[in-house]
Write a protein of this length. Sequence first.
Length: 504
Amino acid sequence: MADTKREIERKYESDDSGLPDLTGVAGVAAVIDKGVAHLDATYYDTADERLAAASITLRRRTGGSDAGWHLKLPVAPGVRDEIRAPLSDTVPPGHLGLVRSRTRDAELIPVVRLRSDRDVRDLVDAEGRVLAEASVDAVHAERLTGDGGAAQWTEIEVELADGGDPAFLDQIEKRLRGAGVRPSESPSKLARALAETAPRGGRKRRAKQRPVKAPRTAGDHVLAYLRAQREAVLALDPAVRLDTYDSVHRMRVATRRMRSVFRSYDKVLDRAVTDPVGEELKWLAGELGVDRDHEVLTDRLTAALDELPATLVSGPVRARVRRWAKARRGGSRRRLIAVLDGPRYLALLGSLDALLDHPPLLPAASGKPSKVIAKAVRKDFGRVAALVEQAIELPPGQDRDLALHEARKKAKRTRYAAEAAVAALGDPASALARSMKTLQGLLGDHQDSVMARQALRELAAVAHAAGENTFTYGVLYGREEHRAATAETRLPGLWTPMRQATDI
């Protein structure tokens, strides 16, 4: 398990370069001087600064209480997860893996050295508990590549104690602003160092970036959505490697969104180019879902068993379900990490970059979003409507189950198409995306019931062959039949107003 720390901090600048008195801040009983720490950090990146572009920092630092390798991954403004490793001469293998989706095959090299004299103070409450750490850092930066130069500055940093309330930092900031201290223009020391030590002629100004140009054409909107999903895959890669909750599912959804948009907006992007990439996205989604679908089904069966009164549970049903779940588990974390480290995945990331850098736009891409995008969404919705209405007319049974399953898949695709259309079409697209999510939920529960009944038949057959009582499997099967029938009964009442309310 990686040594990970959630870091919540804010950085400030002051013309006086000093720390104002903070004892008057609500909750602060005392400010304790912890002395000066001498820190020496070397930051690593690719030659073209890919990590910095993604607001990721990787450093080797000596001095202070936490010497070692630190990898900082952005979570939200002012919030980062810091993954630590002991000191070594080379970048730890675990850290290399966590940045591989960004670096690909590029070498990590030392780019900046920062030496800081950190004057540290603890802000404590009446019981002596540390609420936050405030420091004044005198920083000397030296670029280690090219013809870069050096820079120095002083900044104030306030870091919330572990488990603290982020609102406390608002109280600190109010006091600092009142004393003439202002928030730093740079999000990190590294960002400021890179800007101020860049080679002459290429030096970046420390100023706010220009706002991203708003999408205007249909192609602009589709590409903006695809870029957001590509970025989601890259950002979730380290989370998947760290086994962060729900990260595998969210990464899988991002791949599905891109693939669906390729197909929905086939008048905007040439499918001769997007289809091969879509097939690779399908492969990745499959790898991410090796255990996911089975885990969902296992959870459903386990929850159903938990709901049964003890008098309805006969025989070793729980043990049988556990053995079935273990036998069906097809993947492992080690296998998934191997996929993320493998050449096929890295080639897919390269293909996505190439496609988005040089998009295969068709003539319709230059058209008005209100026409081109709306037409694509209407087309997808029409397919959903046909399948839902066909399923409603069918009698209960296998044919209806198949029709509802197909409707669920098309509802998901229409939902993603509508999400991509929100920036262009506004509220009607948002409403459609919500409707499709609701429909997808109902039809997904129905399909889960179909799969659960199939699993229960298999379990009952094995239990019967072993001479076990199969009564409980029959009870669970009957309950799943009832759940499916309830979903089918609810569908017309859900669908009719949904159909009438769609106005794209």
